[in-house]
Write a protein that binds this ligand. Structure first.
Ligand SMILES: [Zn+2]
Ligand SMILES: [Zn+2]
Length: 289
């Protein structure tokens, strides 16, 4: 069963494999009706995605962004939904974050080279093309050069949080991300809270902090989360009175390790609650009617 909504996907505007048009075609052909494009630090795919979606009667695009933030020993990714690509303050912030990514990407490549993994920064940039450079592009270069078998292995051993060539990014705290998203009139949703170095019992204290600064949602029905994890997260959204959302985090680069858009157990009620809540936001004009 394909879900009616998928609120977390990536295109070539960041580190996804499909162009915004190809992604929208895939998402719509899957039967997903409400789709958020949430590229890392970029809304550059949104205009193309909206245009691509116009040919489908039951398809609606929600513009979004995924922000990466660090806390002690772990990462917190924050989705900003209903953010306008025409907002100049938003674009200034995204530009600044993309500049930071370039420096970080180069730092990781330098570290890899010190460890004898002689990939070229210029090759990583070529792989990224128009997109903002992300670690998956470096992972692809590592696969291509034969240093690892697949992208996931590169993250596990080299460029992920516990990898030998990991470089921390100089950027915002999760609270900064929530406050920024709210100030731009959107909805802040903690993405894949049971990942990125966060243990199950760390979720609630972090959630409490973020709800304290106004975060309105958390990803519960994420990709391949096990039923027990989903239930643990769902109960927390009830306790803290926030929206339980969900997404496939589709990139199109992880092969068998990933789910297709909409292939998540997100209930219709979550989609309806999101749309209803969206109509109370400053950016309500971005909510599909
Ligand atoms: Zn993420
Ligand atoms: Zn993502």
């Amino acid at each position: 069963m394909v879900s009616k909504g998928d609120f977390h996907t990536h295109s070539t505007a960041s580190d996804g494999r499909l162009s915004p048009t190809e992604l929208v075609d895939l998402v719509a052909s899957q039967g997903v009706q409400y789709h958020a494009l949430t590229d890392h630090d970029s809304t550059q795919g949104v205009a193309e995605a909206i245009a691509a979606g116009e040919k489908y009667e039951n398809y609606h695009l929600i513009p979004g962004v995924e922000f990466g933030t660090d806390i002690e020993g772990a990462e917190v990714h924050m989705l900003g939904l209903f953010l306008s690509p025409h907002d100049e303050d938003l674009q200034a912030k995204l530009w600044e974050l993309r500049e930071g990514r370039l420096n970080r990407g180069e730092g990781i490549v330098n570290k890899l080279r010190e460890q004898g993994k002689m990939i070229e920064w210029s090759r990583v940039q070529e792989i990224a093309g128009e997109a903002s450079v992300g670690r998956p592009h470096i992972a692809e270069a590592l696969v291509e050069a034969g240093y690892v078998k697949k992208v996931a292995d590169a993250f596990d051993t080299l460029i992920g949080r516990n990898g030998t060539a990991y470089v921390k990014r100089p950027n915002m705290t999760p609270e900064d991300a929530v406050e920024f998203i709210l100030a731009r009139g959107g909805l802040a949703c903690w993405a894949h809270p049971a990942d990125m170095g966060i243990t199950d019992d760390q979720v609630e204290p972090i959630l409490k902090r973020l709800v304290g600064v106004g975060m309105q949602a958390m990803e519960v029905f994420y990709k391949d989360y096990k039923p027990a994890t989903i239930e643990m997260l769902r109960l927390l959204t009830v306790k803290y009175d926030i929206l339980p959302l969900g997404g496939s985090d589709y990139h199109g680069i992880f092969g068998n390790d990933e789910r297709l858009p909409g292939d998540i157990p997100l209930p219709d009620s979550s989609v309806e609650r999101l749309l209803e809540f969206g109509r109370t936001l400053p950016n309500r004009e971005l909510v599909p009617s």
